[in-house]
Write a new protein. Structure first.
Length: 364
């Protein structure tokens, strides 16, 4: 038996699966009905205990194809029920076996509906998965005295640059906690991708002579990555830039806008987003706990291009004079709908148009 203890003392008793170790982090919830393998392996969940609102998790097992990183950074899995006997032609191991191998604790048999309501009412909070013989009072006191980490990006970013070769456009991809789905989208388009660490300077990036720069997704507060904000400021106007998720927030901060922590964030595969330019609405995959403050955008050279239909938060930005744009959601999906994968084509088209203008300028 295990217990999940929230920082306000609320306690849930359930059965343990996966690793037997304790885990302390921020508890959040994900509303996806499928895609648990991609969620568990998404680096953006670094430092978090994820509650799955869909009641049965693990029913199609774990396969070799759907990972978003090799070593997951998630700290715990919370479910109503986990499946010990998955049924799917791609299944290679159970969720329990995978979590054991990756030393990730899980707890099942708890009222995830009640837990989700608590998070929605009070916001994401500290929590701990531990054995039932631990004192709840001592755990709560420990959480009060122990702040959550602020170096999540450092934990999940690549340590050294590496190349995914191709014959197309040369893309520098800044890894703040990159999902493999991003690389899949670029390799589909035959791009030559150089993945670099989060603290790579603008000078080092420009020395690689990129056709475009991509700012990836990642965990935590964008303000905890000041070096990336400075890099972004120096890249603007030098090369076409596309940012998603954390990259979107970093672009906003670099332009002078502000970001703030959301009450419980957007985590799921059914988030409706409206494009203000085309007046079209698309369903998106999202995973973030911070958002760009819409009022702060007005004093910058950015303009809001897309908004959430659930809460009117900023979902897309575009620079008024430079070739920079971003979205808050995940156009590579993984998991989720692929409604917005066209944005990778838009990025490459922006690169093409930028190069065309540069060539024309040579003959003026």
């Amino acid at each position: 038996m295990k217990q999940l203890v929230l920082e306000d003392g609320t306690t849930f008793i359930g059965q343990g699966f996966g690793s037997d170790q304790e885990s302390y982090g921020e508890v959040v919830f994900n509303t996806g009905m499928t895609g648990y393998q991609e969620v568990i392996s998404d680096p953006s969940y670094c430092g978090q205990l994820v509650t799955f609102t869909y009641p049965l998790i693990g029913n199609y097992g774990i396969n070799r194809d759907d990972f978003e990183t090799v070593n997951p950074a998630i700290l715990g899995v919370i479910v109503k029920e986990h499946c010990d006997h998955p049924s799917n032609f791609r299944s290679e191991e159970t969720l329990d076996d995978y979590l054991k191998a990756k030393e990730i604790p899980g707890i099942s048999g708890i009222d995830t509906r009640k837990l989700t309501k608590i998070i929605r009412q009070h916001g994401a909070m500290k929590a701990m998965i531990t054995s039932i013989d631990q004192s709840v009072e001592k755990i709560v006191n420990m959480m009060k005295e122990t702040p959550l980490p602020t170096d999540q990006v450092k934990q999940v970013s690549t340590v050294k640059p590496y190349v995914v070769p191709g014959r197309g456009y040369r893309i520098v991809l800044i890894d703040f906690g990159m999902k493999h789905g991003i690389l899949r989208e670029f390799t589909k388009r035959n791009c030559h991708v150089t993945v670099v660490p989060y603290h790579t300077t603008a000078e080092e990036i420009l020395r690689l002579k990129p056709d475009g720069v991509m700012l990836s997704n990642g965990p935590g507060d964008p303000k905890d990555v000041p070096e990336a904000i400075q890099t972004m400021r120096q890249l603007v106007g030098q090369v076409p830039v596309f940012g998603i998720c954390l990259g979107h927030q970093l672009i906003a901060l670099a332009a002078g806008a502000d970001t703030s922590k959301m009450k419980f964030g957007h985590r799921g595969v059914n988030q409706p987003v409206k494009d203000l330019r085309s007046n079209k609405t698309r369903i998106t995959s999202q995973n973030h706990g911070y958002a760009v403050d819409v009022q702060s955008v007005q004093s910058t050279k950015l303009r809001v291009t897309q908004v959430s239909l659930n809460d009117d938060t900023v979902e897309g930005l575009e620079h008024a004079t430079n070739n920079v744009f971003s979205v808050q959601y995940h156009p590579e999906s993984s998991p989720g709908p692929d409604d917005t994968s066209y944005l990778f084509d838009e990025f490459l088209d922006r690169i093409k148009q930028s190069q065309k203008k540069d060539k024309e300028a040579l003959y003026v």
